[in-house]
Every structure is written in structure tokens, then in C-alpha cells.
Design a protein around this ligand. Sequence first.
Ligand code: SAJ
Length: 420
Amino acid sequence: MTIAVIGMGYVGLPLAVEFANAGFKVIGIDLIEEKVNSINDGVSYIKDVPDEALKQVIKSKRLIATCDYSVLKRVDAISICVPTPLRKTKDPDISYILAATSMIVKYIKKDQLVVLESTTYPGTTTEVIQPRLEESGLVVGKDIFLAFSPERVDPGNKIYTTTNTPKVIGGVTKKCTKMAKALYSHIIDSVIEVSSTQAAEMVKLLENTFRSVNIGLVNEIAIICNKLGLDVWEIIDAAATKPFGFMPFYPGPGLGGHCIPIDPHYLSWKLKTLNYNAKFIELAGEINSSMPNFVVTKVADALNRVKKSINGSKLLILGVSYKRDIEDVRESPALDIINILIEKGAKVSYHDPFVPVVKKNAISLKSVSLTEKRLKDADCVVIVTDHTEFDIKRIVVESKIIIDTRNATSHISSRKIVKL
Ligand code: SAJ
């Protein structure tokens, strides 16, 4: 079989490589020529796909990348792995899904299988994709086959990868489900069938809403512990000793990434069209997006204690990616924190070994080297992302004040440290 994967991002590229490793001929399609050229040169821009793994499948001609959608007329199966962002109005932006679908229907042929992997609201597959594919005159479940299968990629996770993370699949018809399961079973150890595409779409939204709401809860617990003069990290660690009925989440500077801050709003948007207000999702969103301001308050209070103001202070931010040991800054709370501090008149610089430059949200900064002088000169150092390689002990010794938003200094006690 020949398979097309549309969207060569952190979901599509690892998937394409796995299908190629399983012996399929795979065509990776992307709109961005630089990505296509990089893949064909065996140079991976996705941390979870090592260059050597990519070079292997390119050399064996199992994988090739292209911008040319006309290849779709010669493939047997198509996986859609395109972004599903939010618009500024917090409405779902399924324009990438629509664009991919219009290309598929242009070249569609009998017996093709189409699987949507992009996270979206329940109903997208049957209400948006299916009618467009059937404009071709081919009927889903008889002539062509259509399913939804949520991606479960956890960027940077060394334990759970594409092949050993169970995959949920829901087809428009039973035969659609079977076809999609037959395909994915070649590369994934465990494939779970559900009763419909809507069920599969909802499974993913439950997974990510579960995270967003629990992170929101624990962020509010952090705010509550601050008011009670309690160490929220001690409280969570002690609660986590409960061997059943509890799952630890940790407070932080806010909610970043291309999924958790976004996906639950796909669900609340859909429910609004049904005149229902999904309360937990909205509330969690409110609390999580208030955390950057909460961090800035901690900075202001700490400076105030040494008779300084944010205005005019030199502040050093350590870590700007949205979580540790990755390079992605999408929706990173560090960007909000930097913006607020600059607005208040601080001289802000940052150090992040994974992010050499930040040119986003009106910020234009380069990562500075973490010299002793820079740490000593800073009026306050803020640990926003706790990259494993940070030498925390040295940072504490050489800084005046440290605001630690990730409990990175848990093993050090010093009056210089202020934790969330
Ligand atoms: N975060 C907290 N406290 C926590 C956990 C996370 O503040 O206890 C923050 C992180 O710092 C980050 C954000 O939430 O800014 C999202 O973190 P995440 O661990 O959910 O990581 P993502 O968004 O890269 O990947 C998640 C997947 N992660 C895990 O399951 C651990 C998973 O939810 C999805 O497969 C993926 O989103 C997706 O693609 O939907």
C-alpha cells in the first residue's frame, strides 16, 4: 500500500516514519517547501524524529515528501494531521482541515481510506468531511472509507511514542473502522475501536479537558495555599502518597502548548451551538490564563521586599518553551510573563538553551548566555521552564532573588527563593 500523510508536523512526521518503517511507501505532504526539502534531505526538524531515523526511510525511498497534492490520486490511504488552532475569538479554526479535504476530494478514487487525526469538535468528520468527500459521487462506507483517530503525541516523551501509545479509532461505518484498524495495527501495538467518529473525537477532548481542568484546579490550589501561607508543592507531594483515587498535577506559570490550552475550547464552542455552557472548561481556562499575572505579582512582591520596583529592574527569565526540554514556544506562558514585565518597565532578558530566538507576540529577544555576571546583575531571576540541564544550585548561588514557578529548587533551601 501507498499512504499519504498530510501535515508534516509533530504528529504527521513521526506517523509517516513509522508507516515507512513498517514497509509502506509513504508520501508526506506539506504546504511549506522548507519542511519538504528538509525531510527529503533527511534533516529532521521534529525533536522526536532523529535525523538517522529519517535518513534511513528517505534512503530506502520508503518516505518522500512533496508539496504536490496530485500524488493523492495514487495512494490507498490518507492520514490528515493538520493543525486545528483557535481563532482570536476562541472559535475553532478548521480551515486547515477544509483545505486538506478539498485537495483529497479533487483526487479521490474508489477504495481510498481517509483518517482524520487532527483534534476537533465532535461531529467534524461526519458533518464537515464526509459531505465534501461524497460530492465526488463516491459513498462513504461503500466506495470510500472515513474514520477519526485522535493523535496522542506527547512531545519529548521518551517512554510513550507513536507505536506503543494505544490508538483510538472510530469509523463512519463498521467497515470504515475495520479498514482504519487494519491499517494502524501495522504500526501501533494496541488499536481501540469505538462506536463512531463522534465518540473518537470526544475521547480526545475528554483527555485534554481532563488535563486542562486538573491543571486549573491545582493552579487555584496554589493561589489558595499562597493566601494560607502553605507550600502547595509539599501539599501535592503529600496528597500524591495516596495510592488510589488521586493523580498529581502541578501548578505552573500558566498553560502552554498547541493542545491543552486550545482543544477544550473546541468542545465548549460546540456545546454553545447546542445552547449549553461547559462551565469547567471556561473556568479552567480563566484560572490557567490568570497564572502569568500571578507570577508577575510574585516578582513585584519580592522586589518590593528589597525596596525595588519592577519598573527599571533587570529581570532574567530562565526557560521560555511551554514545557521542559522542548523547543516549542506556542502559547507559552513565558511570553505573557515577558510582555507584562516589559509593559511595567522592566529590562527583560531570557536564557533558554532550546529557544535561541523569540520573535512572537510583539517580543523580539535572543537567548542570552547564562554567565555569572548576568545572574548577579539581575535584580530577580524567574524560572518559568525547568529544563533538565539547568544547574539550579549554581543559579541559586549566583542570583539575588529567584522566583521558582516549577519547584525546580525543591532540593535547595535559601531565603532568596520564592516559590509559587
Ligand atoms: N502543565 C502544568 N501542570 C501539570 C502538567 C502540565 O502546568 O501538571 C502545563 C505544561 O507546563 C504545559 C501545558 O500544561 O505548559 C501542557 O502540558 P502537557 O504535559 O499536557 O503537554 P503537551 O501539551 O505537550 O502534550 C499533551 C499530551 N501530554 C500528556 O499527556 C502528558 C497529551 O495531553 C496530548 O497527547 C497532547 O497534549 C496532544 O497532542 O493533545
